[in-house]
Design a protein around this ligand. Structure first.
Ligand code: ZN
Length: 260
């Protein structure tokens, strides 16, 4: 089972019993996620689902005036487009590859067909929905209550948790888009974080961070979010949900989070 998990790579899919995973396996493709690739655009019908094995994807909300802000960042603990599994829908966000990696990809129709045969897959959808809702809530609170410096430190740590190493392939432009603040504000805050040693260097579209110093600069939101999401998608948190389910004994699906 451990080998199965490591091979699958995405924590949601890895929680599926092999028989349930096999309902999806014939239809899974394994594309590379190129930096800045747009996986789904806001308003588009969701045709494809992505389950990253590595890298990170940001969920961007686009305002009518062209400003953007990130509402969530996911890595191998999450998925893109899963709300369409509940019913065919249009995306409320634009999903952009923030850090390159590899992903599983499956058509929304194939995933929905498998979901109708498997309570374990239904629970994967619910787990992801809960984790995403938790992230949205914390991001909303953090955006309202905490400084730009704390928020930059938080996104850097979220992304650091989802990549291998301290060098993050990010530009100040990307940070500006994630935070919904001006580039000049980002430059100012990055300079401040460099002076404190939380950012070691910032050049050629790479930001090298010092995790322990960043943790000193960040608000409590980071640790609270990390623990909460980790607990929701942990094998222990998902095991009883995905392994012993019999058809009919589980609660009804929650109401979809996003309006169509
Ligand atoms: Zn905060």
């Amino acid at each position: 089972m451990m080998e199965h998990r490591t091979k699958v790579g995405n924590r949601l899919l890895a929680a599926l019993p092999p028989a349930d995973f096999d309902l999806l396996a014939p239809y899974l493709r394994e594309p590379s996620l190129e930096r800045d690739a747009v996986l789904i655009r806001s308003g588009d019908r969701i045709e494809q689902l992505y389950f990253p094995r590595s890298g990170t994807i940001s969920f961007m909300l686009e305002m009518p005036n062209g400003q953007t802000v990130a509402t969530a960042v996911i890595g191998n603990e999450g998925a893109v487009g899963i709300v369409s599994a509940l019913s065919p829908s249009r995306s409320a966000i634009t999903a952009v590859v923030c850090v390159p990696g590899v992903s599983w990809q499956i058509s929304a129709a194939r995933f929905s067909a498998a979901l109708n045969q498997s309570n374990a897959i239904r629970h994967v959808v619910q787990t992801h929905t809960r984790a995403l809702l938790a992230q949205f809530q914390h991001v909303a609170a953090c955006n309202a209550l905490h400084s730009v410096e704390c928020r930059i430190a938080r996104w850097l740590l979220h992304i650091r948790d989802r990549v291998d190493g301290d060098v993050l392939p990010l530009t100040q432009e990307t940070l500006s888009e994630l935070l919904g603040v001006r580039r000049t504000t980002v430059t100012h805050v990055v300079r401040k974080l460099r002076m404190s040693g939380a950012i070691r260097s910032d050049r050629r579209a790479l930001i090298e961070v010092d995790r322990s110093r960043l943790e000193e600069a960040v608000c409590e939101c980071y640790e609270v979010m990390r623990r909460r999401i980790d607990q929701i998608v942990s094998p222990e948190g998902m095991r009883h949900r995905t392994h012993s389910a019999q058809v009919g004994e589980l609660p009804a699906l929650e109401i979809p989070l996003w309006p169509r």
